[in-house]
Design a protein around this ligand. Structure first.
Ligand code: GLN
Length: 468
């Protein structure tokens, strides 16, 4: 079902608030009603009704009394993915091991967004610890795509995408380790922005693969997403990988013609749905018609992309998730009789099958006998992939590629076969392997299943505004 949103841009909300056509309280009430109406889609784990209404009322006061003090995000209602900390609120990464855990502090990004007068409406469902591409891997059950409830919303930020799709908020805060913002955005017909690695502090984002993870946003237009990124970005004493140079300000007018590269081997990719190929060709044609120049680029490393990503992210995940030991956080198995059993049973019972699969794989590739063969090798291939992509940016401003090999698939279609799920990530993980910013946008509709199809632009590191 297509849900018509009340607003499609923050600037429109702000005009109406200023002109007194709407109050923040009634807007938040509208979003809360929508969330309730579509509760069956399972996008939210928790909704903060009273707090959101309270925040809306104080914003209405501010609009009346001190409008000059309004933040840039006044009028922006956001959902937050269940792997990002919001002080004194629960955060569980959709896992049993963190069930009941309350964040003792807010993520830096969250603090900055709130300081600019954004309102948080609730936390959204996702794949456990961000591991998955279909949102079927959550202790809270799967999230359904509002356009076709037999189909997945994408993952891991599936709840985030659906929260926007059902008009329960204007935009969503998500995270993208290998496509988790862009792929659900594409599956749900929305925009998704993954900034350059380090653009937004990772402080307060539950770590999955630390050299890949990046907070990103899902919304209805790229301008809103760029603004959210600008406000959340900047150096942070809590994250030494955060980019020091500030992001230059958005130009009002998108700059003139660009050189847009496309990767020749993609059209021949064996698991690419021909419909995606068709939409890519149509998008390229539209870009050509709009005066941009197209550059055909060769990229012969496509077959190494998914294995490299999964060797490195599982290695990093196995280290990052070792902190969940049944002692320091969350769940502790009631069966455990001694220390060893506490570790063993708490982790065995507290993590899902998929998370355990990845911890095992990551521990294996890091083990002394196999470290050189897998982990060290994958690091080298990652560098090659990055160098090859950076070389393309010598001749082009942007690279255009599809978001996924397919449009949203049906529940159960891939979750019995993890490899086929992993392979569908080939186009999104590229940006994370190389630290590039990428913007997914709706580009067409599948002619048989009528689901949306997204394409994405990738830019050189630090050049996200090139995509505006
Ligand atoms: N689907 C990818 C994975 O399972 C990406 C997930 C993400 O970006 N968090 O690793």
């Amino acid at each position: 079902m297509e849900i018509k949103p009340k607003y499609t841009s923050l600037s429109h909300v702000q005009t109406d608030l200023r002109d007194g056509k709407y109050t923040m309280e009634s807007l938040v009430q509208h979003y809360l009603d929508q969330a309730e109406l579509h509760a069956g889609l399972n996008a939210f784990i928790e909704i903060w009704n009273d707090e959101a209404l309270e925040a809306a009322r104080s914003l209405d006061e501010k609009i009346k009394k001190t409008p000059e003090q309004l933040g840039k995000l006044a009028g922006m209602v956001l959902s937050i993915k269940d792997n990002i900390c919001y002080k004194n609120h629960r955060v569980s990464a959709a896992s049993k091991i963190l069930q009941g855990f309350e964040a003792p502090y807010s993520a830096t990004a969250v603090e900055r967004l709130l300081a600019a007068d954004a309102i948080l409406i609730g936390r959204t469902n996702c794949d456990q610890f961000g591991m998955g591409s279909s949102n079927e891997n959550s202790i809270y059950g799967p999230v359904k795509n509002a356009l076709d409830t037999e189909r997945v919303p994408g993952g891991s930020s599936g709840g985030a995408a659906v929260s926007v799709q059902i008009d329960a908020c204007l935009a969503a805060i998500g995270s993208d380790t290998g496509g988790s913002v862009r792929q659900p955005a594409a599956f749900c017909g929305l925009y998704g922005l993954k900034p350059s690695y380090g653009r937004i502090s990772r402080h307060g984002l539950l770590a999955y693969g630390s050299s890949f993870d990046q907070i990103g946003f899902i919304g209805r237009n790229p301008t809103d997403l760029a603004l959210l990124m600008q406000i959340a970005s900047g150096p942070d004493a809590y994250d030494s990988t955060a980019i020091q140079q500030p992001l230059s300000y958005l130009q009002e007018e998108p700059s003139a013609t660009k050189r847009i590269a496309y990767l020749a081997p993609i059209a021949k990719h064996p698991s690419l749905d021909p419909e995606i190929k068709r939409i890519q060709e149509e998008t390229l044609q539209k870009l050509r018609d709009a005066g941009h120049s197209l550059v055909e680029a060769d990229f012969d490393l496509l077959e190494f992309v998914v294995p490299t990503y999964y060797v490195l992210t599982t290695a990093e995940a196995s280290a990052n998730l070792s902190r969940y030991d049944g002692i320091r956080y969350g769940y502790r198995s009631p069966q455990a009789q001694n220390l060893e059993q506490t570790y063993l049973l708490s982790r065995s019972e507290g993590f899902s099958e998929e998370v355990k699969r990845r911890i095992l794989l990551g521990t294996f590739v890091l083990s002394s006998g196999y470290y050189d063969a897998y982990y060290a090798q994958a690091q080298k291939v990652r560098r090659l992939i990055r160098d090859r992509l950076l070389a393309i940016f010598e001749e082009a401003d942007l690279i255009l590629i599809p978001v996924s090999t397919q449009a949203a698939w049906k529940f159960g279609e891939k979750n019995q076969d993890p490899t086929s799920m992993y392979l569908s990530d080939v186009f999104t993980v590229l940006a994370n392997l190389a630290g590039l910013p990428a913007l997914a946008f709706p580009a067409g509709t599948h002619s048989e299943n009528h689901m949306p199809i997204g394409m994405q632009f990738m830019a050189a590191p630090g050049e996200e505004l090139m995509m505006s």
